[in-house]
Every structure is written in structure tokens, then in C-alpha cells.
Design a protein around this ligand. Structure first.
Ligand code: ADP
Length: 265
């Protein structure tokens, strides 16, 4: 806490007032420190792919371009790095829109079971590794008011992570549970898990448990931060559960009105 004192004094010299302004500098300093850290993170995240591209382009310019085997590989690296920078900048733009509240949630009534199944089908059809998908859903439609595009992005990110961190032959379980006035969605994998002390931090911007590894896997470190904002904007909550070495579950809730549902049947 910082205190600023101003003495109110008349021309005559009499003091007839004292103004004390108390600033919560801990909060101010925290915001400033976070801002600085964010800028440093963004710079670092952009510099890494840029320096990689520079060395590959230099190698190409120095003659690798004539090498029929090397040239396509080097070009492929620069292409991947470009894609990563585009993903990063897109994620940053999304976050900055969310920060300035410059976005709308376009809610529509959606049967979450059908919606969720479509997303999972897309991943199941295009998966490149041997991973088992298991769905545990209620056997009826569950209508909720959501922004389909925004929640598709959120779920895409969570499933991508679950697949990225899954071992070959691992199982990914998708669950949808009805609570009193919420639905609870969870996505569990059998990957390496997240250490207990980092369970909340993974929802922070740029936080990664293992920076080098997750960057290699192509992530931006912003996916779960965006998910948290989006789920919050829908009136829900998101958190993680994990047992190290056994797997991770990402859980989120969305408001749900069971009464409303009766009108549909
Ligand atoms: P990234 O783009 O790095 O995946 P995210 O915000 O999506 O960024 O995730 C943040 C971090 O949380 C990841 O870098 C990783 O360390 C950890 N994480 C997220 N999902 C999982 C998971 N299913 N299993 C293990 N670690 C995970």
C-alpha cells in the first residue's frame, strides 16, 4: 500500500485539511509486471520461429536450394514456422479482442450431444495415431444456449492437447454429465499428466509445463487461456484434474436449464 498525503493550507498559513490517497500498489504493480511479462513472452514466441526461419533461409541461399533432397525439407521447416506464427498472431488477436470486450457471444439453442459428437467425429476421422475414443453421453438431446463457433475452438484445442499428449494406443474419454443447472463436459487422456502445482497455471497465457517440448508440438501456449475466457463469457467454469504419469482431464461447465428442455420434447 502506498499513501500520498496532501496538506490543504490557506494563504494565511492555517492548515485546514489533509487528504490521504491510498493506492493499492501491490495490485498496480502486479498488473504492470504481468503486462511486461506478456510483452516479453510475445517477443520471445515470435523470435523463436523467426530465427529458425532465418537460419534455414540462409542455408538455402548458401546453396542448399540446389540440393534436391535438402531444399524441400528446409522449405517445409520455414512453412511450418510461418504457420505457427500465424496461429500465434491469430490467438493474440482473439485474446486482445476478449480483453477489450470487443466481441459478441452469438448464442443459439444447440443440442450439445450432436454438437460434441460432430467435433469428436472430425478428430476421429483424421487422427493419425492409434488412439481409442470413448464417449459417455446421456441418451437424449441436451439443449443449451451457446456460441457454436467459439465453443468449437475451445473444444478443438482441448482435444488437440489430449491427442498430442496421449501415448500410442491411449484412450481419450469424452463425457457429458447433467447437473442441476449446469452441464459438465470432460475430456480425459492417458498422457503424462500435469504436475499438481501447475494445474491452475496452465490456464494462464503462455504458461507451459515443459516449454521446449510443447513448443515442438506446435502449441502457442494460449489455447487454454482463450478457453478460460470463452467459457467464462458463457457463464461456465473450466479447470483441470490430473495424476502425473496417468493422465489429464479438462472439465468445463455450461449453464443449463432442465425445465427449458421439457419444452423441446
Ligand atoms: P499449448 O499451445 O502449449 O498446448 P495450451 O494453453 O493449450 O497451450 O496448454 C498449456 C499447457 O498445458 C501446455 O503447454 C501443456 O504443458 C499443458 N497441457 C495442456 N493440456 C494437456 C494435456 N492434455 N496433458 C498434459 N499437459 C497438458
Amino acid at each position: 500500500l502506498r499513501a500520498n498525503f496532501s496538506v490543504i493550507q490557506r494563504d494565511t498559513g492555517f492548515v485546514n485539511g489533509l487528504v490521504v490517497v491510498l493506492h493499492d500498489i501491490t495490485e498496480e504493480e502486479k498488473i504492470e509486471a504481468e503486462r511486461r511479462e506478456f510483452v516479453a513472452n510475445v517477443s520471445h514466441e515470435l523470435r523463436t520461429p523467426l530465427t529458425t526461419m532465418r537460419s534455414y533461409l540462409e542455408a538455402l541461399a548458401d546453396g542448399a536450394i540446389e540440393d534436391k533432397e535438402l531444399a524441400p525439407r528446409f522449405l517445409n521447416v520455414t512453412q511450418n514456422e510461418t504457420e505457427r506464427m500465424i496461429r500465434l498472431v491469430n490467438d493474440l488477436l482473439k485474446l486482445s479482442k476478449m480483453d477489450s470486450k470487443d466481441y459478441e457471444i452469438n448464442r443459439a439453442w444447440v443440442d450439445f450431444v450432436t454438437f460434441f459428437n460432430h467435433i469428436i467425429d472430425r478428430f476421429e476421422m483424421t487422427k493419425e495415431r492409434q488412439i481409442i475414443f470413448k464417449r459417455v453421453f446421456p441418451d437424449k438431446a441436451v439443449f443449451v444456449q451457446i456460441d457454436e463457433d467459439k465453443l468449437t475452438q475451445v473444444i478443438d484445442n482441448i482435444i488437440s492437447n489430449a491427442l498430442k499428449y496421449s501415448p500410442e494406443g491411449g484412450k481419450v474419454t469424452f463425457r457429458l454429465k447433467l447437473l442441476d443447472d449446469m452441464i459438465e463436459i470432460s475430456i480425459s487422456d492417458q498422457g503424462l499428466g500435469i504436475p499438481k502445482e501447475n494445474l491452475e497455471k496452465v490456464f494462464e497465457r503462455f504458461y507451459r509445463v515443459d516449454k521446449a517440448r510443447t513448443r515442438r508440438l506446435g502449441g502457442t501456449g494460449l489455447g487454454l487461456a482463450i478457453a478460460k475466457e470463452m467459457i467464462g463469457a458463457h457463464g461456465g467454469d473450466i479447470w483441470a484434474r490430473s495424476v502425473e504419469g496417468k493422465g489429464t482431464t479438462i472439465i468445463f461447465t455450461l449453464p443449463y436449464d432442465p425445465e427449458q428442455e421439457d419444452d423441446w420434447s
